[in-house]
Design a protein around this ligand. Structure first.
Ligand code: F6P
Length: 364
């Protein structure tokens, strides 16, 4: 079925490859169906405010390599639970989903492409149940979405973290220091694990395996005794000490998003290690550098494939699904199967087995 008019929005934290998806959807919908493509600005918030722009082959021409999202995004725009900060500092929560659906209907969309991570796709699923036709496209640097081998944005983040480790290796060796790199990863340690293996880290700490400071220090001392008085540690922001909790930052943004802002585990580790070994310890926090900038080739290809296959699914009348990479193909997975699920690193996985087999300490 040829499509007449489709909409696309990007929600949640940005990552590299979002614009590749927007370009893929736009070109496939125009070339394949002759459809009009409407970009919804600022995630679901654009459906509440009605802020939209038409996307064309011309205005999406040069965005394949561009970081961020030309449509803008937010992780505060859930129309079902819209959080606002009142002047007295309290948070009010309102349901604007009727307003969002009204905009969707007014736009006369045949389909809404929702590009996002677990939170945004869950909103997409609720929106589908409310009466819209939704197709999800999986995004997140954390690579923690169920149903897909990879999310776009992840490989770029791994490349960035690996590059940072290569650079920290040289300073670590030159100065004989313990270098800690704190990377993103709230509840899943994929970035820390794969970047750590690729970047030759000696210790990798992830949210899925609570770490022991004793084990970490043991590994550093073992290396020093063996003639290597420097060590490279990668720690995911959501890593926890055995019996401990995640380390968070308090801010107004945190309260508006309704989830804690993580950060600080690298500095905490540095303090603990300094107390126990006679070596200099330094910490680098990579932060949003992992989310920004040009996507790597893998993410450009994946973004383009997900975008074009999402349009194909819409042309075939398949809604309430997410396009997913099931190597080597792009398949459709029902949104109902994904709601509330996060894909973490299994502590007994082959990947961890390989890391430990070559002497990397997982802090356990
Ligand atoms: O979910 C992606 C992610 O990059 C997490 O790894 C991180 O905790 C979070 O986003 C940070 O979000 P924000 O930019 O809103 O602080």
């Amino acid at each position: 079925m040829a499509l007449k008019k489709v909409g696309i929005l990007t929600g949640g934290g940005d990552c590299s490859g979002l614009n590749a998806v927007i370009r893929g959807v736009t070109r496939a919908a125009i070339i394949g169906s002759g459809a009009k493509v409407i970009g919804i600005e600022g995630g679901f918030e654009g459906l509440i405010t009605g802020q939209t722009e038409e996307l064309t082959v011309r205005n999406t021409r040069d965005i394949l390599t561009l970081g961020g999202t030309i449509l803008g995004t937010t992780n505060k725009g859930n129309p079902f639970e819209y959080r606002q900060l009142a002047p007295d500092g309290s948070i009010t929560v309102s349901d604007y989903s009727d307003k969002a659906l009204e905009t969707y209907k007014k736009l006369e969309l045949d389909c809404l492409f929702v590009v996002g991570g677990e939170g945004t796709l869950e909103i997409g699923y609720k929106f589908q149940k409310k009466g819209a036709k939704v197709i999800g496209i999986p995004k997140t640097i954390d690579n923690d979405l169920e149903g897909t081998d990879y999310t776009f944005g992840y490989q770029t983040a791994v490349e960035v973290a690996c590059d940072a480790l290569d650079r920290l290796q040289t300073t670590g060796k030159s100065h004989q220091r313990v270098m800690i790199l704190e990377v993103m990863g709230r509840t899943a340690g994929w970035i820390a694990l794969e970047a750590g293996i690729a970047g030759g880290a000696h210790i990798i700490l992830i949210p899925e395996i609570p770490y022991s400071i004793d084990r970490v220090v043991e590994k550093i001392k073992l290396r020093a005794e063996g003639g290597s008085p420097f060590s490279i540690i990668v720690v995911a922001e959501g890593a926890k000490e055995e019996g401990g909790d995640v380390i968070t930052q308090a801010s107004a943004t945190t309260r508006l998003q309704g989830v804690p802002q993580l950060g600080g585990v690298g500095a905490y580790l540095a303090e603990q290690i300094k107390k126990r070994v006679d070596l200099e310890v330094r910490c680098t926090v990579l932060g949003h550098i992992q989310r920004g900038g040009s996507p790597c080739a893998f993410d450009r290809v994946l973004g383009t494939r997900l975008g074009s296959e999402a349009v194909r699914a819409a042309e075939e009348g398949k809604f309430g699904v997410m396009v997913a990479l099931r190597t080597p193909d792009i398949m459709l997975v029902p949104l109902s199967q994904l709601a509330g699920k996060v894909r973490r690193v299994p502590p007994d996985s082959q990947l961890i087995r390989s890391a430990e087999a070559i002497g990397i300490s997982m802090g356990r």
